[in-house]
Design a protein around this ligand. Sequence first.
Ligand SMILES: [Fe+2]
Length: 325
Amino acid sequence: MILRIDRIQTDMPPPSDPDPAGAARVQELMGGRFGEMSTLMNYTFQSFNFRNRQGARPFYDLIANIAAEEYGHIELVAVAINTMLTGSTPPANGKPPGDAMKDLKDQAINPHHFLAGGQGALPQDSRGNPWTGDYVFSSGDLVEDLTHNFFLETGARNNKLKVYQMCDHPAARALTGYLLVRGGVHQVAYARAVELLTGADLTKMFPAPRIPTDKIPECQPHIEKGLHKKLYRFSPNDYKEIVAVFTGPHPETGEPLEVVDEAPEGFPPHDLPSQPADYAPEEIKEIAQKLRKKAGLPDEPLGVVASSPENGGGSLTDKVKDKIS
Ligand SMILES: [Fe+2]
């Protein structure tokens, strides 16, 4: 079972200037062959299909937990895409319907972001192709699966670097800065697992990709917090045998690898403004408020967000904060 926590794994910036063409590129990190849907589903199916778990428990625990972290990575990619799309069309840009999409006409957008969705992330790659289960490799052979996973993380980190280079929107940069660091941990984890099983050190045999995360400013805060050497255990009481595999020195820095016995604390997301809908959002809000009252809930919503459309969608509060600090 999965326990769900209503926070995102890293702090993401509020909406600023929209970048729908950049959002189309970031889709590669969602539904591309090496995207987060692929890492999530590869490790999820490998853990579902894992036979004789008790006989190989540390390896099962490792794969199952990295799968859990990948769920949060999909969420972060969606946050970045949605943030970058915010303000691309009315009501945010204030133009009448005939002119609303004018700015998008010559941009390399994903039309599905506007035609088939409410300016939200889709399970597609950067060309608009749907993610497919054919990207999942679950052979039942542990060494094959772990070697595949190392390669998958290699490709995933390459894609993240390329998206970093192709998109300068703050949301894309914050996303790739965090995922480059976390993908590095997963790459190390799978390499160590193969090493402990076979003696082969994949980090020496295939020292790729060479990504100087220490020179990428958006990676810095995460490296300073030690997130390049920590693996989270995403469960209150289970999967305690990860420590048997995620152990020893980090192959690049020599620092000891650590298992953290809890999920990351996380950050509240910015609550993005509604898009035009067939059914008035104000009426939905009214109905929701009545239902909340009837259920005996307090007047203020119980969920926590970093900012909401009512207080400027985040940008306003952040600008004020910038002025003060
Ligand atoms: Fe990931």
